[in-house]
Ligand binder design. Structure first.
Ligand SMILES: Nc1nc2c(ncn2[C@@H]2O[C@H](COP(=O)(O)OP(=O)(O)OP(=O)(O)O)[C@@H](O)[C@H]2O)c(=O)[nH]1
Ligand SMILES: [Mg+2]
Length: 268
């Protein structure tokens, strides 16, 4: 018997506790759609994460029907650490001080009792100068094609180190996904390592990121201080439990995608 996270409608829940979720009804009056969920439910769901597969090339990625949320951003931005923190697992994704640690698309399944109801994708970072040019361009193409053509892609979390701000490569990535965001792809700019910022720096970085997110959301996040954990967990839950809209995506060649090589500045 599978377990899903769609709660019973409030009228069927005589529990004295506050309902863990709020629901709204689809236009046909059937199928309640959860709109918010208590952080503990979102965290419990994320904690079910387990390794699904690793793919060095797009054609190695299994075709899936479940919502998929990709973590993207420059090398060392904190993508793998963010996934480990959100899932409360120390070594699910490989995190490292050495930029370029993640070299394939790694998928992690979410869902209780072994039933996958969403997938997280940890992508290799871009912008790391020490990677040989050929390898860099290959990865940039793989990622561009992934973002443009992955049919079950439901949301993109763009991680940015606010001490570096949005770089040229981040902006190119935004251009790549813009048509899909306009077509309904969810998008979050996550300002990582916020523990390294003063309160006023954090507020300033957040307001800039909100302007840059172009229709998406922006949040502060610290794996170290656990800042933003509840908000991100709730948002990912929401993205994954809304009815899936399968956008018709075109097979596009991403040869020009991220075809630039600015020098990164690692601050760690
Ligand atoms: N202070 C602080 N350091 C962090 C935080 N998140 C990540 N780091 C550090 O940043 C470095 C890079 O983290 P990763 O998670 O490996 O970064 P990544 O984006 O996956 O990097 P690639 O796989 O190279 O693309 C590691 O040394 C982490 O410990 C944070 O919230 N606060
Ligand atoms: Mg990584």
């Amino acid at each position: 018997m599978t377990q899903h996270y769609t709660p019973a409608p409030a009228s069927n829940s005589p529990s004295q506790d506050a309902p863990a979720t709020k629901t709204e009804h689809a236009s046909d009056g059937k199928n309640p759609v959860p709109t918010t969920v208590e952080p503990k439910i979102a965290h419990g769901w994320l904690h079910t994460a387990r390794f699904l597969t690793t793919a060095p090339q797009l054609e190695h990625l299994p075709a899936l029907d479940t919502p998929e949320i990709a973590f993207v951003g420059r090398s060392n931005a904190g993508k793998s650490t963010c996934i480990n923190t959100l899932t409360q697992q120390k070594r699910l994704a490989f995190a490292s001080k050495t930029p370029g640690r993640t070299q394939s698309i790694n998928l992690f399944s979410l869902g209780k009792q072994g039933v996958t109801d969403a997938v997280l994708a940890d992508l290799p970072g871009y912008g790391y100068a020490a990677v040989p040019r050929e390898a860099k361009l290959r990865w940039q193409r793989v990622m561009g094609n992934y973002l443009m053509t992955r049919e079950n892609l439901t949301g993109v979390v763009l991680l940015i180190d606010p001490r570096l701000g949005m770089t040229e490569l981040d902006e190119i990535l935004l251009d790549v996904i813009r048509p899909r965001v306009q077509a309904g792809l969810k998008f979050l700019v996550l300002l990582t390592k916020s523990d390294k910022l003063s309160r006023s720096e954090a507020a300033k970085a957040l307001s800039i990121a909100r302007l840059q997110s172009g229709g998406g959301e922006a949040m502060l996040f610290s794996a170290l201080k656990k800042q933003g954990l509840d908000e991100v967990a709730q948002l990912l839950w929401k993205w994954s439990h809304e009815p899936i809209k399968k956008a018709k995506v075109e097979q596009t060649d991403a040869d020009t995608y991220l075809d630039q090589e600015p020098e990164p500045e690692s601050l760690d």
